[in-house]
Design a protein around this ligand. Structure first.
Ligand code: APR
Length: 254
């Protein structure tokens, strides 16, 4: 990693007044959770997203889809936040106004200690009623012994994961908050996203057009890279702790 770029990134982040972090599946890669589009290892390289992550797919085979998400919940339970998640949680301590917008549904930012989080695509640890949307916050697969998928106690419809499927709109409040944060921020730290899925992928461009500085962390160039002022090429679990340590040192110097 080019030291100059790290120093510049830390200086920009330390002096930012309204920083935003925007993350994708790459930030969880070093926790052992596959991303979606990476060759051979990505979820969508091995599973059909239209069979497993659409309303049609769920209605066609509710048991298969429920069990695939139960498998992913198990995967998430067995993984730990990695140094990249922890660095972003530390950054929130250093910069209390930091807003973290994530596309990830794995709950690892919250488990790492981040609190100001906008979950654009939902959260896999929550399930909800397919028909009414009633939330079942702390769902536990291991305590459940009934029919698959389980049924809503109130209306008897199937339960489903509280995540956004392809073709579904994003939670309106989360999207509105994310757009507002992107339009008002003076810096956006973009970590571990291919920048391929809208409307989330439009956030860095929105921020840049409003004059925000864009810093990207990714081992490979993405759709976002052309609009980044700084591209820190590397794994977030390695780059973020370095950057955040420097931000801490600058903030302590005052
Ligand atoms: N550190 C940082 N970034 C990484 C790492 C790492 N260790 N390893 C891989 N990456 C990068 C890849 O280079 C890629 O740019 O993470 C990105 C992952 O891209 P995707 O798999 O497309 O994931 P994401 O951008 O989060 O997808 C967006 O698509 O399928 C939907 O809802 C799903 O939220 C997801 C959305």
């Amino acid at each position: 990693m080019d030291r100059e770029l790290l120093v510049q990134a830390a200086a920009w982040i330390a002096e930012s007044r309204r920083p935003v972090a925007f993350t994708g599946a790459g930030v969880s890669r070093e926790s052992g959770i596959p991303t979606f589009r990476e060759a051979t290892t990505g979820f969508w390289e091995r599973y059909d997203p239209y069979e497993l992550a659409t309303v049609e797919g769920f209605l066609k085979n509710p048991k298969l889809v429920w069990e695939w998400y139960a498998f992913r919940r198990q995967l998430v339970r067995e993984t730990e936040p990695n140094p990249g998640h922890k660095a972003l949680a530390e950054l929130e301590h250093l910069l209390p106004e930091l807003m973290l917008i994530t596309q990830n549904v794995d709950n690892l930012h919250r488990r790492a200690g981040s609190r100001r989080i906008i979950e654009l695509h939902g959260n896999i640890t929550r399930v909800k009623c397919f028909k009414e949307g009633t939330l079942y916050e702390d769902w536990s697969d291991k305590d459940y012994r009934g029919e698959i998928p389980p049924r809503c106690k109130a209306c008897y419809s199937y339960l489903r994961p509280d995540v956004v499927w392809f073709g579904e709109s994003l939670p309106a409040r989360a999207l509105e908050e994310a757009f507002k944060s992107a339009e008002n921020c003076d810096l956006m730290l973009v970590v571990g996203t291919s920048g391929l899925v809208q409307p989330a992928a439009s956030l860095p461009g929105m921020a840049r057009r409003r004059g925000a500085r864009i810093i990207e962390v990714n081992p490979d160039p993405s759709e976002i890279t052309p609009s980044a002022h700084l591209f820190l090429q590397g794994k977030s679990g390695e780059v973020l702790p370095e950057v955040v340590a420097r931000v801490g040192a600058i903030r302590r110097e005052g």
